[in-house]
Design a protein around this ligand. Sequence first.
Ligand SMILES: [Fe+2]
Ligand SMILES: [Fe+2]
Length: 182
Amino acid sequence: MLETVAAVPGMVGATINHLTALRRMRDDDGWIRTLMEEAENERMHLMTFVQIAQPNLFERLVIIGVQWIFYVGFFLLYLASSRTAHRVVGYFEEEAVISYTLYLKEIDEGRSPNVEAPAIARHYWKMADNATLRDVVLVVRADEAHHRDVNHGFANTLAGLPVDTAAQAPYPPHAHDIRMGG
Ligand SMILES: [Fe+2]
Ligand SMILES: [Fe+2]
């Protein structure tokens, strides 16, 4: 369910940076594309995990309500302070890394079955045919870690602080090291 809101900030940030670039007639330094890729990547997390567990009607209603509140709220926050908005996302992404680490533990301890990786995930992350849910969680966690670094980097840039440019490098989601099953 959290993945339904995770894909919002990237698109909001991309939209606002796009409009700013148009108004000020200036370059975006690649931020728009990076943020759009983040939004797409988060949407793929959702498309993947909805194959593992479908939300019930109540959860779907909550998702609709939360989307309204979160989209508008995040939009206003980004307008007020893009630096704060990116910093907040950086912390959210760190929480996501921790959640997926706990999920890995659940799988390893047999509390969650290590089912076959959904076809959509194998295709998107170019995984082996015998890839499992555990492999998917590993690549998704790496995505979240990347979003964390990018967003903290953007917040640092906006604050005039030093930025680790290596962590900001454009990131094809398919370029993961972890591709093998087992
Ligand atoms: Fe995600
Ligand atoms: Fe995320």
